[in-house]
Design a binder for this molecule. Structure first.
Ligand SMILES: [Zn+2]
Length: 372
């Protein structure tokens, strides 16, 4: 899973040589006939053709490695694929992404990580702290996946075993001793959590554990961290990753549903005021043609028909005789939303699919926030 710490390390890699970065849209929705392989082959060919011979010699191994990977690992593909390779630096990274990416093949002195950073900025990540009185685990959820990041364990907490035979006073003292240890442990947990959240720029936190521990932790959190807590939940401390994910999924989806609603309301309000936002297929396609789309908002399962230029890919909702850009032949298409979405991704715009929102349906089922 993507994380800031790793990307920072990659970005600060003191490379001696060249690095090849491949981004490929492998989303099955856009690649019904294996089109991604065609795009990939074309990019490879164009890159090699235009490359300086001396540089080509240095990255030949990387290109071969990438070529081999793309051709043989289809079963691992999700929606986006990122491969970063530098044989000269013995460096290789592969990312299978839950969102499609713009096709790019970049050869540079440094790995190209901006699309990965953008994905982390755009699609929210959630931290889950699973805590009890002597241990704690931290998970991150991003695009429907979960990864465990770390464990905090304070082993020196005395057990409550010698209960009988103690005087009341001693018992009290003993209880306080335990409380003291638990307090130290939770303080330690909170410090580690705090630095993890700020290092990773994660703004949403779910706390899991017993009611008692959860409320103790909440009582000890700094205001800045407390503001990030979107919910708390009862989770068993040895829960496996998918068990944790199942528990927090309803919380995440309710939270995202609320955010979607706000996005749609913002989109509608801004487009009414003509503030860099548009609604409806016609306007969206027009904005795409002008490369102005920053974020496309589309209702799930929305389908529509339109027209597309066979040679340059120009899209329009209106029937025209020939392409106004290249005079190419126009064909009717019944999947214009897929084509518009693909165009948006290719322009480095983000795409948010909204599950079911009456207001968006009434406003034309599609809209976009614009760059300018
Ligand atoms: Zn055309």
């Amino acid at each position: 899973m993507l994380n800031r710490t790793e990307l920072r390390e990659i970005a600060s890699m003191d490379g001696k040589g060249y690095c090849v970065s491949l981004y490929l849209n492998v989303d099955p929705m856009f690649n019904k006939k294996g089109d991604h392989l065609v795009h990939f082959k074309n990019m490879m060919k164009n890159t090699v053709d235009s490359l300086d011979k001396a540089i080509y010699k240095k990255i030949k191994n990387d290109l071969e490695k990438i070529d081999n990977y793309v051709l043989t690992n289809k079963r691992l593909f999700k929606k986006g694929l990122a491969l970063l390779s530098s044989s000269e630096n013995s460096f290789w990274k592969e990312y299978h992404l839950g969102v499609p990416v713009r096709n790019e093949l970049i050869i540079d002195k440094n790995p190209h990580t901006k699309p990965l950073i953008d994905i982390m900025d755009t699609y929210p990540r959630y931290a889950v702290l699973l805590v009890d009185k002597e241990s704690a685990r931290i998970f991150v959820i991003h695009l429907g996946e979960i990864v465990e990041y770390g464990e905090v364990y304070t082993p020196d907490i005395p057990g409550k075993h010698k209960k009988g035979g103690w005087f009341a006073l001693a018992q009290n003292h003993y209880e306080r001793h335990i409380d003291y240890h638990i307090g130290l442990h939770l303080k330690d947990v909170i410090e580690k959590l705090d630095s993890f959240l700020s290092g990773e720029y994660i703004g949403r936190l779910i706390i899991g554990g017993s009611d008692e521990t959860v409320s103790m932790v909440k009582g000890m959190l700094h205001k800045t961290v407390l503001d990030k807590v979107i919910s708390t939940v009862k989770i068993e401390k040895f829960a496996k990753n998918d068990g944790v994910l199942r528990k927090v999924e309803p919380i995440v989806s309710a939270y995202e549903k609320k955010k979607e609603k706000e996005t749609v309301e913002d989109l509608i309000a801004r487009s009414m005021k003509n503030e860099n936002a548009v609604l409806g297929l016609d306007n969206v396609i027009h904005a795409l043609q002008e490369q102005r789309v920053m974020k496309l908002i589309v209702l799930k399962d929305y389908k529509d028909s339109g027209y597309s230029c066979r040679s340059c890919g120009f899209l329009t909702a209106q029937n025209v005789d020939s392409c106004p850009y290249c005079k190419g032949e126009i064909e009717a298409v019944d999947y214009i939303i897929d084509l518009a979405t693909e165009k948006a991704i290719q322009q480095s715009a983000f795409v948010e699919v909204v599950s079911d929102e009456k207001k968006l349906r009434d406003a034309g089922a599609i809209g976009a926030f614009l760059r300018f």
